[in-house]
Write a protein that binds this ligand. Structure first.
Ligand code: G3H
Ligand code: 13P
Ligand code: ZN
Length: 284
């Protein structure tokens, strides 16, 4: 069933677990997330970032919404890293159930202004909004941020950001980064604890690929309620496809299935680590 991200996050926050939000690019990705969520009886979210939306267009979003509606566990469909008014307006028009208004590249005052405007617009359509404060280093599609340009989330600023913008969730920068390269396990848990005490909305950790299980668990204990995962799924997808390409002639249905299964297994393991397995029951 299609679910509101706010409901998933509220349930997770109350229940001491986190919602896994997984980047997909096509049918195989969407099926992989739904199958993993159903097998583990877990709530989860399918998310698309702008390069995926640009390449798949409204049919891809419709496909993800249909996959979520057909699932027997609650699933949200989220637009990840919306960074312009135009693409967020489009995302709201095509039916995403939640959006990220990512103004993190902007100076603080402009980030507040952009995020507040997008939140007012999204809330008028009953769509939840995730904002980001600080600047995440790494590579996410066409968004490349060198390490030297990354910055951490300031807890005091986070409190006023949430209050001024009205966002429903806040993505934090605590040493996490996008993509798989580099060290993914250098998180500042003290900073996370300070942000947690300054801010009441659910916290989100981007760049969850490659972060160790103990670190993920510690993040959940310190208030992270949503994890975004992309690179690990992409890696599993590409290696399944490249292994299958050796058969001649290639059986495309077989290849797509093997990619779905490979991604599904990565997602299932993440849902277990996020402690959301078995938590769909009360929500359906
Ligand atoms: O979709 C794009 C990716 O997040 C890019 O990350 O540096 O791991 O390829 P990457
Ligand atoms: P990773 O590719 O590092 O898992 O990051 C995913 C992400 O943050 C999507 O918004
Ligand atoms: Zn991200």
């Amino acid at each position: 069933m299609l679910a509101a991200m706010t409901d998933l996050l509220a349930e997770a926050k109350a229940g001491g677990f986190a919602v896994g939000s997984f980047n997909v690019y096509n049918l195989e990705g969407a099926l992989a997330v739904v199958e993993a969520a159903e097998r583990t009886r877990s709530p989860a979210a399918i998310q698309l970032h702008s390069p995926a939306v640009k390449s798949g267009g409204p049919p891809l979003v419709a496909l993800c919404l249909a996959a979520a509606r057909g699932a027997n566990v609650p699933m949200a469909v989220h637009f990840d890293h919306g960074s312009s008014v135009g693409e967020i307006e489009e995302a709201l028009a095509i039916g995403f159930t939640s959006i990220m208004a990512d103004g993190s590249r902007l100076p603080y005052a402009e980030n507040v202004e952009f995020t507040k405007k997008m939140t007012t617009l999204a809330h008028s359509k009953k769509v939840a909004v995730e904002g980001e404060l600080g600047r995440l280093a790494g590579t996410e599609g066409d968004m490349v941020v060198p390490e030297s340009e990354g910055s951490m989330t300031d807890p005091d600023q986070a409190a006023s950001f949430v209050e001024q913008t009205g966002v429903d969730a806040l993505a934090v920068c605590i040493g996490n980064s996008h993509g798989r390269s580099g060290t993914k396990d250098r998180l500042d848990f003290g900073l996370l604890a300070r942000i947690r005490s300054a801010v009441v909305v659910p916290l989100v950790l981007h760049g969850a690929s490659g972060v160790s299980e103990p670190s993920i668990r510690r993040c959940i204990d310190l208030g992270v309620t949503k994890f975004n995962v992309n690179a690990e799924l992409r890696g599993a997808y590409v290696s399944a496809l490249s292994q299958g390409l050796h058969s001649q002639p290639p059986d495309l249905a077989e290849l797509m299935r093997s990619a779905t299964v490979a991604v599904r297994d990565v997602v299932s393991n993440k849902l277990r680590i996020f402690r959301s397995s078995g938590r769909a029951g009360g929500m359906v």
